[in-house]
Ligand binder design. Sequence first.
Ligand code: B16
Ligand code: MG
Length: 217
Amino acid sequence: MIKAFLFDLDGVIVDTAIYHYQAWKQMANNLGFDISEEFNEQLKGVSRMDSLDIILKHGGIEVSDEEKLALATQKNENYLNLVSKMSPADILPGVGDFFVQVKQENIKIALGSVSKNAKLILEGIGMLDDFDSIIDGTKISKGKPDPEVFLKGAEELGFSPAECLVFEDAVAGVESAKRAGMKAVGIGKEDVLTEADVVFEDLVGVDIHDLLAQVNQ
Ligand code: B16
Ligand code: MG
């Protein structure tokens, strides 16, 4: 029986993927190469340093650990500049109505994001108080697809993995949920999120009773 929902942030609650992309692109351009939006797909749900390694490999560039840290810091500064203007208007369609239903059902809610900026973004969009527990990049040592982020969320809420349902937009995030022994709702395309138990394009019009009936089978 599902008793808790664990939400990814980027791509489920809010669309920060575009800002991550712009900030990484700017860094890559400074280094003399480019990254496409298609390439950016594989960075979703992947931690900052792991993303940097993937991008540098793509550009055929090798740098020292010290330089890596400087590049990651520079990217984060660009990213923070872009997200600093976020407001409740940036909450993805359907999220508000869905959270009202979740609260009515007394289901506990945790955030499961690998972003170190998650709290800042939740504050910006006015949703910090909507979560019973927040697991972000400051609390974990392994990014998705490792299950750590969702296992910690379940633990903080006091539920077993079988009692938790994960909402994810990234392939790496769905894998993370599966490896944690949890069911997963994919937000996005069915042909991409093939491992998810149920897939919705977004949360618009999703009925919590129908969903629970489906995943509690
Ligand atoms: P930061 P999520 C992830 O957030 C993003 O999808 C990913 O693109 C990003 O690299 C990662 O957070 C780290 O973010 O640089 O802010 O610590 O999807 O797990 O909510
Ligand atoms: Mg995501």
